[in-house]
Every structure is written in structure tokens, then in C-alpha cells.
Design a protein around this ligand. Sequence first.
Ligand SMILES: Nc1ncnc2c1ncn2[C@@H]1O[C@H](COP(=O)(O)OP(=O)(O)O)[C@@H](O)[C@H]1O
Ligand SMILES: [Mg+2]
Length: 414
Amino acid sequence: MASIEMSHIVKQYGDGYPAVNDVSLDIADGEFMILVGPSGCGKSTLLRMIVGLEDITSGDMVIKGDRVNDRAPRDRNLSMVFQNYALYPHLTVYENIAFPLRLAKVSDDEVRRRVEEAADILELREHLERKPANLSGGQRQRVAMGRAIVRAADAFLFDEPLSNLDAKLRGQMRTEIARLQRRLGITTVYVTHDQTEAMTLGDRVCVLRKGVIQQVASPRELYEQPVNLFVAGFIGSPPMNFLPATLKDGALSTPFGDVVLDEERAGKLAGHDLLLVGIRPEYFEDASLVDEAKKPHGTTFIARVDVTEWLGDAQYAYIPYEAPTEIAEQLKELSRELDSDQLRTQAIVSIDSTSRIREGREAEFWLDTRKIHVFDPKTGDNLTRDVEAGRRLTEMAEEDRVEQVGRAGSPTSG
Ligand SMILES: Nc1ncnc2c1ncn2[C@@H]1O[C@H](COP(=O)(O)OP(=O)(O)O)[C@@H](O)[C@H]1O
Ligand SMILES: [Mg+2]
């Protein structure tokens, strides 16, 4: 197992454009790190520089304490688990897993011991004599991981391994990868453009935008304390709503009425005339369903609902609002960059599935103002971010990880 330390990593392709721009990122031994961001943000390039398939323009790549910039992929002892699984169709599962050991001329007895051990971990024992064509997508993925396990690779690297699967299988595989990674405790770097995968798999998530790191944090910190508009808009589904607002006497005037902030947060907004208020769908509720005890923590407003979507366990209401042209343009640009077709001048509001709020009518909503964030539309910075609260969330995730590794014991292959 290994730690991976990247310091000021830059990658310029032929045209000089920095596909990866000054990335510094430390991945702890045994950690599950996600690289996430929209298509073209440099995720694959960064992963390929870790494994040695791409030259590093500048910076240091340090694995297990050694600088590996000039080392060939085969001398880095990392295992890239490819999207198409790269299995040999004419070989059995057994020989597919054994492949790296055969190359290394390991004795038959030793091969048998290691393949069976890996097959037990991966629950592939009954399938060892089958050919890859007779396996499900999930089983093939496990064979590819088996090959990495018998090699005793220092780290697993995945590049969008689930993107070709249908939604149901993707969900199953996601759970399986998470479970195996926990069990093996092998350092893992996983690339995806899918925020759900990022949030459910990672110990920490590194959000990239145009080759530049935006934020590296636990999923909870990203969700609750995003550093900027980009991260706030990228993480969460349905996405965070951004409403234009102006500051007046310590209150934010928004299309949904005035929002009074506590003094501490209001103080951070001084000097900004136009602002963007970030509100996640679940901070809203049908006002008639909110406990009287809870109501004072927020504000109520009346709005006309355009469309409702009832999903059984949840319900969404869409509320259009007016935004100044400058803000509307900026939100449109942001949603383009986030690969989201979301029209940003309507708010998506999550209400209880029992709510009787109906389309085309006015209704009273309640908004929990405790969790909202306020952004500077010029720089995108989150002006109300609580750095300390965020740090605590990521620390807690790290404590959980270390405790889980301790419980699982050390990996069995070696
Ligand atoms: N071999 C290459 N030559 C030139 N440009 C490339 C090459 N590979 C990737 N790029 C560019 O580098 C940027 C990052 O690409 P990539 O790392 O594949 O992004 P991602 O995996 O996040 O979608 C993109 O602008 C892409 O067009
Ligand atoms: Mg890619």
C-alpha cells in the first residue's frame, strides 16, 4: 500500500494549454480519493500521470516516498482497472486473474494460493473455470480487480469504470467497489464526472475545474461548506438554487422575500451590492407542514408553482423567478459549464410527498435560513463559508475511515 503525494503538478499538451494546472494533492495510505469534475477538466490526464502513462510537464509525483516522475508504469506497482476491463476472452477467470503472476514466473502453487485468496475476497470461487463472455458486467469488473489484487499493487486507479453500465447495475457496482475498497484498504484513486458516485464512494473528493483544484474535502464538507459557486452547483442533486439578492439593513432582499441573516454571516457580506443566495431544494418546505417550533428558524413566502413532480417518497415544486439580465446570463453560463441543462431562473423546491401544493396555484412555503450560503457573483466565492465547521466535517470522515480500516484488519494478499 502507498501514499501518493502530488506537488505543483502541471500538464501541458502540445498546444501549450495546461490540462492540469498546478495541482497539489496528498492521498493517504489506504484512502479512497475521487477526482471529479465536468468533462475535459483534466481528471484522466491527472490519473494517467499518477500511473505513468502521461509525461509530467512539471511538479513532483511522489509515491510511497519516492519521486516517480521518470519511472515507467511497470515500475510504479500501481494497477489501473480499465473501463473495458481488458480481460482475455480465451482465458478462464482463473488464468485472467493469474496473468500478472504468470508473467512474473511465479510457481504454480503460489499462483493457486493467491488466485484463490483473491477469488474468495471477490466471491468469484464458483466462476474460476468460466470464460469472461459468460460473466455479468459486475463479475468482469471483479475479475479485473482480482488481477490487481494478486499483484499486490500499491494502489488501484479507476477511470470512469461504471459509465457504460445501465443505472441499476451502476448502483450495484458502486456499492460493491465501496465494500471491496474498505475490505482491502488499498489506496484508490477514482475518476468520475458523476457527483453521485463521487459523494457515495469517496473518503475525500477533489473537485477540478479546467485543470485547477477547487476544493478537496469529505463529501459532507463539500455539500455543507462549498468554497464557491462551481462546487456548490456541481455537488448535490437536484442542484442548489441560486437566487439574486441585494443587501438592505442586514437583510437580503430576494425574489422570495427578505431573508434575515444572523449577525456573523451578515457581517461577511458588507460592501457587496449584488449577491447570489445559494439554497438547496431541501431547505424549503410546504409552510403548512412545518412545526411551529421550527418555523422561527426560517422565513415564509408566497409563490406560484409552475410544475410539481410527485415521486412517491419525495416531491419537487418548480417556482420561476425574475433575475437581472447580468445574473441570468451568469447562471446560464455556470449551468453550461456544469453540463447541466437546468434552467437557473426557476427554483427547485423539495417538499414533503404528502403536501397538497398544486401546479399553477399560489402556495405558502417555508425556507430554513440557517443553512443558506451567499456568494459573490463576480468571483464566485462563498462569502459565508464556515471554514472551521467544514474542517470538522472532513476530520470526522477521516476518523471514520481510520476506524473502519482498523476493524477490517490488514489486507490478506501479499
Ligand atoms: N493527448 C492529448 N493531446 C492534446 N490535448 C489533450 C490530450 N488529452 C486530453 N487533452 C485535453 O486536455 C484536457 C483535459 O482532458 P482529460 O484529462 O481527458 O479530461 P477529463 O478526463 O476530465 O474529461 C481537455 O481539454 C482535452 O481536450
Ligand atoms: Mg476522462
